[in-house]
Design a protein around this ligand. Structure first.
Ligand code: GCO
Ligand code: MN
Ligand code: MN
Length: 388
């Protein structure tokens, strides 16, 4: 097989809404024809993808009758089994319909909050029927433009109550979902609640069943917040909370671009891949991005192939980085192992603390040390640029 050709073992997934994106933006209508869900399944399978993820309404229109729903789901399941694709993750569209224009779980209207719960339970039923194990909550409309609405504290409480309710629903049905909160700082709302990975991690600790909840960090979203994506996922991994991931790319300080993975910030993409691979992350490598509005259908599949190829190329680069003697020597020189104080700084005891307090450090020498980071970074760049 040609190098960098994906196989299902790579655990790559796309959303129906990603390759199915028709190129609409706030200034113009669609530039591409819609693709049917069974056709998307067939095309993704041909590209070596493992699975396809969906919002309820990517598959079943919000106003479908029960009979229409059953027919659509039946045809979709047939396509999945014909082409060997899985549905590892499901989610709810709680942002498209005008009913959700001022929030779903955090709407100030209790009827909307109840409707959001009802819609999510039905969508969880659909996801379970399709075999999904991860359930994502992206609170696109959960936010405000007008903080004079006075709901900042109430909204967090309503959000918490809804997530607690739905976790109990999942457990009572035996679905066994792992829930993943997806933070985003803004767009479509002026300010979205739980704007960053750190915010979501803090919030999870306040839930009734925190063990069922993790995060679904997205490269573009942390970048929009002016933050580093590798730092965000490192914190999620450290907390044992990286339940899912949305890979794409983004320029800082822009509207939500959903660029092809690695298209804008290959170095950030490299350290993302390296963290996922080094940490033993076993979840899906999900691409939440779409082809540029300029593209036709061929461009859509070039986009999808590109996301996966870039991931696999960077995975290979990460292996080379680990095996590069000069890089490893620079790393070793960077990490000074001997603190020079024996056991005293490694574990607290009254004796250790006394010994450490009595130790004389050469502060000037500590400050004078050159750690070699310029050289290390240049070596990394040269490896990425293909000259090593
Ligand atoms: C966005 C989000 C969404 C979510 C999706 C799945 O910026 O629009 O990233 O694409 O990931 O709703 O939860
Ligand atoms: Mn996004
Ligand atoms: Mn996303």
């Amino acid at each position: 097989m040609a190098p960098y050709t994906p196989t299902p073992d790579d655990r790559f997934t796309f959303g129906l809404w990603t390759v199915g994106n028709v190129g609409r933006d706030p200034f113009g209508g669609p530039t591409r024809e819609p693709l049917s869900a069974p056709y998307i399944v067939q095309k993704l399978a041909e590209l070596g993808v493992y699975g396809v993820n969906l919002h309820d309404n990517d598959l079943v229109p919000i106003d479908a009758t029960a009979a229409e729903r059953d027919r659509i789901v039946r045809e979709f399941k047939q396509a999945l089994s014909d082409h060997g694709l899985k549905v590892p993750m499901a989610t709810t569209n709680l942002f498209g319909d005008p009913a959700f224009k001022d929030g779903a779980f955090t709407s100030a209207d209790a009827r909307v909050r109840a409707y959001a719960l009802q819609k999510t339970m039905a969508s969880m039923d659909l996801g379970a029927e399709l075999g999904a194990e991860t359930y994502v909550f992206w609170g696109g409309r959960e936010g405000t433009e007008v903080d004079g609405s006075g709901k900042l504290l109430d909204a967090l409480g309503w959000f918490r109550d809804s997530l607690n309710y739905l976790a109990e629903y999942s457990e009572s049905q035996g679905y066994g979902y792992r829930f993943a909160l997806e933070p985003k700082p803004n767009e479509p709302r002026g300010d979205i609640f739980l704007p960053t990975v750190g915010s979501a991690l803090g919030f999870i600790a306040t839930l009734a069943r925190p063990e069922l909840f993790g995060v679904n960090p997205e490269f573009a979203h942390e970048t929009m917040a002016g933050l580093s994506f590798p730092h965000a996922i490192a914190q999620a991994i450290d907390a044992g909370k990286l339940f899912h991931i949305d890979l794409n790319d983004q320029k800082m300080g822009r509207f939500d671009q959903d660029l092809r993975f690695g298209a804008e910030n290959p170095k950030g993409a490299f350290f993302t891949v390296k963290l996922l691979e080094d940490s033993g992350y076993t979840g899906m490598r999900h691409f939440d991005a779409h082809a540029l509005r300029t593209e036709d259908e061929a461009g859509v599949w070039a986009f999808a192939r590109g996301c996966m190829r870039t991931y696999l190329i960077l995975k290979e680069k990460a292996r080379q980085w680990d095996e590069d003697a000069e890089i490893q020597a620079a790393l070793q020189a960077y990490r000074v192992q001997d603190a020079g104080v024996g056991e005293a700084a490694t574990r607290f005891s009254p004796e250790n603390a006394a010994a450490l307090k009595a130790h004389a450090f050469d502060r000037v020498a500590l400050g004078a040390r050159g750690p070699g980071l310029e050289q290390l970074d240049q070596l990394t760049m040269e490896l990425l640029l293909g000259v090593r």
